[in-house]
Design a protein around this ligand. Sequence first.
Ligand code: PLP
Length: 392
Amino acid sequence: MSIAKGIRDSIEKSSWIRKMFEEGAKMKAQFGAENVFDFSLGNPDLEPPEEFFSTLQTMLRERKPGSHGYMPNAGFLSVREAIAGKVSREHGVMVRPEGIIMTCGAAGGMNTVLKTILNPGDEVIVLKPYFVEYGFYIGNHGGKMVLVDTAADFSINVGNIKQAINEKTRAVIINSPNNPTGKIYSRQEISDLTEMLRATGQTIFLISDEPYREIVYDNAEVPSILAFYNESIVITSYSKSLSLPGERIGYLVLHPSCKDFDLVMAGMILSNRILGYVNAPALMQRVVAELLNVTVDVGIYKKKRDIFIEGLSSAGYDFITPEGAFYLFCKAPTDDDVAFVRHLQKFNVLAVPGVGFGGPGYFRLAYCVPESTIRKSIPKFKEALESYDTKA
Ligand code: PLP
């Protein structure tokens, strides 16, 4: 075999999104893109805000020596100072620039952290349903992903996590607002979880993957784990908040009171370097430091969500209203979510089966698409459900 077995297996495992992508491309060629209702990809449809372009232009006119050179692997100090101020204000914990690393998106941050903390065979707890890349990120660094069920409303089930902990457990990953459910974990949930983790007496990192922190609806609060637990690491990016997924820019924050703070930071800075990221993109670091309080217009996503939840519930679908992010995890009218996703395809609707997220019986709809796509898709969803019922 010309490639490693692990990568070959991973190609197979990641095939759901790839399959939907390939099938979507075929359908668009056949029926015209405007007649295909593609909810398969979490690629933001909003362009970056105007402030991004004007700041970028200003930066491009500057001729400051060193702006495009190598730098400390954690990123420009001035940028980390600016981010530290923002994080301290928003998370309610004083964070220093020494506790921040600029990363190549949230994905880069996750890999940097996992490489630093995992020994071969160490376990990382992930809550179902989950962002499918976690399995690959953990596997990249010799770890083992341990999947744990959430409650029926996708809230954290602390008892289940407690049961899954053993001497090999190194970390728990949470993702709030959640992909694929849109769930935001409450203060009480975070408090109960961290109390349980503390009581184990082990060093178990709590990693909060938060690329959707700014995409929340109805003034929902995303409680910070930093306020609850010392062994905590927050990872975020500008992929969604500024619609910059292609620019690969984000950051991670280590709790200032984390045990072995200096060693963990040194490990993460080295990992960021030797994973080949070296440092986060220089130009983008300087741009985001100027845009601390800027986001895309979240009101637009809220409007899409509201149209979608209203339309889907009137069409007879069952789901928990997303509180944030731009995904809707919808119950399939059968346990066989793959069969229902195939059925939706007959109506030119593309979704991703829940089984791909460890949530069988559901399907994920990414509603970061034009409002017109959502509106026009509702009759298709209705027909699909009605015809599926008649067939059953
Ligand atoms: N984590 C979650 C939950 C995501 O949904 C995504 C992207 O969709 C990422 C991480 C990766 O984000 P980034 O593009 O910033 O690496």
